[in-house]
Design a protein around this ligand. Structure first.
Ligand code: ADP
Ligand code: MG
Length: 546
């Protein structure tokens, strides 16, 4: 349609005046519409503001590549290629978790590698013969554990030092093969030195001290066939059944060359003069940090007093006056353990072996943290357990460990799982000894898929079939977290491990923040010593004589 004359005139004037000054073009009636472009950043900002106003989900920021930390709020994601500097502060996904508004928030430390660090270097590290083990010990190992062909990193480090007669403090991550690290040198030492047999009461030449009955049975189960193959007798000694049982266990003939004992039972036996440690030539404290903590310290102190600990390798040579070589083994060593060690051995005689991954977040285990209200924990647990049972699996499926902080929670939660018809086993320290016996073994043999337990199942127990650890109650300390998480992703595990932790209390949040920061920095957890080489004050008043 033709425009009227004044309108046409106005349009021409406007084009002439406005176009050069403002960079605008005024469309002639025949030209197509001009496209006005808004910068992309501004457009996103506007969209975000609008979506927030409309309460729509916020857009997901896509970051290419694998993640080290993945969070519900993607702005807290950390790519795997990025590591925070030691002093660099980071925005933590768990930062505001002490507030109630953070409920149902969650984040995960992702699996960075498939294999446990302890086996990564297996192929390049030679074999057991290179470590100085004698043919008869190698033959025994091959006979009873044909799957153990090459030593793990910790075995390569520890075995030669022990064969040299050094006292050893071995601090290496959970599931890295520490048991064989001390058992093989122990047997080599015993087969090389004949027993004296001069005492009327049992006098073992090797003693392995462990903090729980379950662990005593486990270590005995590894040691017994090895010993049998070498003509040595291995027995265990555990409490919980009264003095009569202890007497009976020790009166069996012939008496044991190697005893695997819990501190309580051994303490009672020593007090009643049912056993002597005079012939001891090899003493192991397995899970040493637990054995040296307050609950056991008095008992362990007494046992160490009764053992004759060698001053150095030269002291070990005299067969007629046996002295004990000392091995302390553990996956966590809290500050102060060095001083305790110094009570029994001079720092010069002790070799410390620490793995580079000690006290670090395990890189091969996915660890998820969920902030929950206390009242929501049961529903969440039931959901996880039912989902775990139902999940369609292509590979082998594993078992589940659920950790609670007290025996009463284990019992209470057990009744709730019964109501939901979820089959499970329970293990806690207040159970009568008879009921407790054999529970962990039947869990290991997978007669049931789920074990509800307290921390008595978190120390040292081998659980290569466990796929999932749920911290129903968040562990009270970082050491406990390391030990619980260490039940998955062990050397020889057939299933990849996952840990899910429920975070409820403000004090839980403080621990989670330390874990998250250590993971983002790829550093060890704070408050746990990773080196015990510093000179320690001597305590000359400690009496090591019998
Ligand atoms: P830790 O005491 O360090 O927690 P364990 O001694 O209980 O670990 O060993 C964990 C698992 O690794 C066990 O099932 C054990 O049989 C297995 N294992 C130990 N050493 C080796 C090895 N050299 N090769 C393969 N598997 C091993
Ligand atoms: Mg162990």
């Amino acid at each position: 349609m033709a425009l009227s004359r004044p309108v046409r005139l106005f349009s021409l004037v406007a084009r002439w005046i406005l176009a050069p000054r403002r960079g605008l073009t005024v469309r002639s009636p025949d030209e197509p519409l001009a496209v006005v472009r808004i910068p992309v950043a501004l457009q996103r900002q506007l969209e975000q503001r609008q979506s927030r106003r409309l309460n729509l989900p916020r857009p997901v920021l896509v970051r290419p590549g694998r993640l080290l930390v993945s969070a519900r709020r993607p702005e807290f994601n950390q790519p795997a290629r990025l590591t925070l500097g030691r002093w660099e502060s980071a925005p933590l996904a768990s930062q505001g978790w002490k507030s109630r508004r953070a409920r149902r928030d969650h984040f995960s430390i992702e699996r960075a590698q498939q294999e446990a660090p302890a086996v990564q270097k297996l192929s390049s590290e030679g074999n057991f013969a290179d470590l100085g083990l004698e043919p008869r010990v190698l033959h025994a190992l091959q006979e009873v554990a044909p799957e153990v062909v090459q030593p793990t990193t910790v075995q390569s480090g520890t075995i030669p030092q022990l064969l040299r007669g050094r006292h050893v403090l071995c601090a290496a991550e959970t599931g890295s093969g520490k048991t064989l690290s001390y058992l093989l040198p122990l047997f080599q030492r015993l087969v090389g030195h004949p027993s004296l047999d001069s005492l009327r009461i049992p006098a073992p030449r090797g003693l392995v001290l462990v903090p729980s009955r379950e662990l005593a049975q486990q270590v005995r189960a590894v040691a017994q066939p090895l010993g049998r193959s070498l003509g040595l007798l291995v027995r265990d000694l555990e409490g919980g059944h009264g003095m009569r049982r202890i007497r009976m266990q020790l009166s069996r003939q012939p008496s044991a060359d190697v005893l695997v004992a819990t501190p309580g039972a051994l303490w009672k036996a020593l007090k009643s003069r049912l056993i002597s440690l005079e012939q001891l030539s090899f003493l192991v404290l397995d899970e040493a940090d637990t054995l040296l903590d307050e609950s056991f310290l008095e008992l362990v102190d007494y046992i160490l007093e009764k053992s004759h600990i060698a001053n150095g390798p030269a002291d070990l040579e005299d067969c007629f006056n046996p002295k004990a070589q000392l091995v302390l083994v553990g996956a966590t060593f809290p500050e102060g353990v060095g001083q305790l060690l110094n009570k029994v051995a001079s720092p010069d005689a002790v070799t410390t072996i620490t793995s580079s991954k000690l006290h670090c977040i395990m890189p091969h285990v996915k660890q998820t943290f969920v902030r929950l209200k206390g009242a929501d924990k049961v529903a969440e647990l039931v959901h996880i357990l039912k989902h775990h049972n139902r999940a369609e699996r292509t590979g082998p499926s594993g078992t589940v460990l659920v950790f609670c902080n007290s025996s009463s929670t284990v019992n209470w939660l057990g009744y709730i799982l019964d109501d939901h018809k979820i089959q499970h086993l329970r293990l806690q320290g207040q159970m009568p000894a008879l009921m407790r016996a054999g529970i962990f073994q039947s869990f290991q043999k997978s007669s049931r898929d789920i074990l509800l337990c307290t921390d008595i199942a978190s120390r040292g127990l081998d659980s290569t079939g466990v796929e999932l650890v749920v911290n129903y109650d968040f562990p009270p300390t970082l050491q406990d977290y390391i030990h619980r998480a260490g039940r998955v992703g062990r050397v020889g595990s057939e299933v990849p491990g996952t840990v899910i932790s429920f975070v409820t209390h403000p004090w839980d949040v403080s621990l989670v923040q330390k874990i998250e920061l250590a993971a983002r920095r790829r550093r060890s957890l704070p408050g746990l010593v990773s080196s015990m080489k510093e000179p320690l004050p001597q305590q000359p008043d400690f009496d090591k004589s019998d």
